[in-house]
Design a binder for this molecule. Structure first.
Ligand SMILES: NC(=O)c1ccc[n+]([C@@H]2O[C@H](COP(=O)([O-])OP(=O)(O)OC[C@H]3O[C@@H](n4cnc5c(N)ncnc54)[C@H](OP(=O)(O)O)[C@@H]3O)[C@@H](O)[C@H]2O)c1
Length: 254
């Protein structure tokens, strides 16, 4: 069985985190509290989600120590010229001194300039690790060529229908952890192959899709507002998929 987390240049990222896009106000706080109660130790937010204060409140209410929970937030591309203020506002809303991972939410026009600005703030300690989101392989390589430093992680849309072995290989060869979002939004939960595998393992289709991410070393951040789904989405560490089952799901790529 793979470990429940993956190494980053600094620290380790839990393989399953809570996605929080579209969770606002008390719904965000309630979901984050419920997730922390059932064992999640990784929460994904963003300046754009406008729920950092609620995530911070949930963290405080949990009673967990700061270093027990991995926090990711993201800067909107068009605010990169104001990076310091954006990150300081995130830290203040979250009620923490540093985030574990800070991502460029999508590529800004000057990706190298943005990367330099993020590296500087990371070096000052405002973020432990930095990375990107929605970058393509050529953009990752451009950052490496220009600065000698690869992003710790790239967060991209990833589900069975997005499966792309060359993308996985590119990330692996550059030492960039791949993190997938919108795992459930591609129709995989109703795909006959996933439903069939789930039935054979006495698991839910969602658990099979999440486990498929784990088998490929892709970090995954499912979002749910429902306590029972939050719990079952995290209950994916005591079973595995066979190589044949993984291959059947890989084959769902469009
Ligand atoms: N970097 C980016 O550009 C980017 C873009 C999109 C998302 N993200 C991040 O990735 C996270 C996840 O992506 P996402 O929110 O787009 O989609 P997702 O997690 O794939 O899917 C969420 C949807 O699936 C439902 N769901 C959750 N668990 C389920 C289960 N066990 N069975 C059936 N349905 C289930 C949820 O409904 P209920 O809430 O009703 O359970 C919700 O409608 C986001 O929350 C955000 O943190 C990042």
């Amino acid at each position: 069985m793979p470990a429940t987390d993956i190494a980053l240049p600094v620290g380790r990222i839990p393989r399953v985190g809570l996605g929080t896009w579209q969770l606002r106000g008390s719904a965000a706080r309630t979901a984050a509290e419920a997730a922390l109660q059932v064992g999640y130790r990784h929460i994904d937010t963003a300046t754009m989600y406008q729920n950092e204060a609620e995530i911070g409140a949930a963290l405080t209410a949990s009673g967990l120590a700061r270093d027990e929970v991995f926090l990711t937030t993201k800067i909107p591309a068009e605010r990169i010229s104001d990076a310091r203020r954006v990150l300081e506002d995130s830290l203040s809303a979250l009620g923490v001194d540093t985030v574990d991972l800070w991502l460029a939410h999508w590529p800004p026009p000057d990706i190298v300039g943005a990367w330099q600005a993020m590296r500087k703030l990371r070096d000052e300690g405002l973020a432990r690790a930095i990375g990107v989101s929605n970058f393509d392989p050529a953009q990752i390589d451009e950052l490496i060529t220009a600065t000698g430093e690869a992003p710790a992680l790239n967060q991209i849309r990833w589900s069975p229908s997005d499966f792309d072995s060359s993308r996985l290989e590119h990330s692996r060869s550059r030492g960039v952890v791949l993190e997938g979002y919108s795992a459930f939004k591609s129709g995989a939960l109703t795909s006959p192959a996933v439903v069939d595998i789930a039935r054979s393992l006495d698991r839910t289709p969602a658990q099979v899709v999440l486990r498929w991410h784990i088998e490929h070393d892709v970090v995954v951040i499912p979002k749910s507002s429902k306590p029972e789904r939050l719990a079952s989405n995290f209950d994916v560490f005591d079973f595995g998929l066979s190589a044949d089952q993984v291959a059947r799901i890989d084959a769902l790529a469009r």
